[in-house]
Design a protein around this ligand. Structure first.
Ligand SMILES: [Zn+2]
Length: 133
């Protein structure tokens, strides 16, 4: 039975759907959005998303949290890996880190701009729901 992946822009999440015969409508199981984007299978392609958690962990292990330049470099590299555009605010924040500013201060200001507390990366990389719908 074919499994298709659909991306919901409302949840920024990829859902897997088990498609049985004719299915009239694919809807987001979380928010009900009926306008999902079909995601082509990434199994056969060398996508940047195929990077394993281990690789990411290895990247993170390189980061010296006490060294703002090292953190800035790691953020740039991760964004690069994911093909993300950092945007002017983050770009500016990284430049400040690289100039040796206090990372906590920079991070706090980013949070105030709405970048969330889990670091300096934008949350534009979609999550993946493990369920099958
Ligand atoms: Zn949704």
């Amino acid at each position: 039975m074919p499994i298709y992946e659909y991306y919901c822009s409302g949840c920024n999440t990829i859902y897997q759907f088990l498609v049985r015969g004719e299915r009239k409508e694919i809807k987001c199981p979380k928010c009900g959005n009926g306008n999902l984007e079909r995601v082509m299978s990434q199994f056969s392609t060398a996508s940047s998303n195929s990077k394993s958690d281990d690789d990411l962990a290895a990247d993170m292990a390189d980061i010296d949290e006490n060294d703002p330049r090292s953190m800035a470099k790691a953020v740039r590299r991760m964004a690069d890996d994911m093909g993300e555009d950092l945007g002017p605010e983050l770009e500016h924040a990284l430049e400040r880190l690289e100039a040796g500013e206090d990372p906590e201060k920079v991070e706090r200001e980013l949070e105030e701009m709405g970048f969330g507390e889990d670091g300096a990366l934008p949350s534009s990389a979609p999550g993946r729901d493990p369920g099958l719908y």
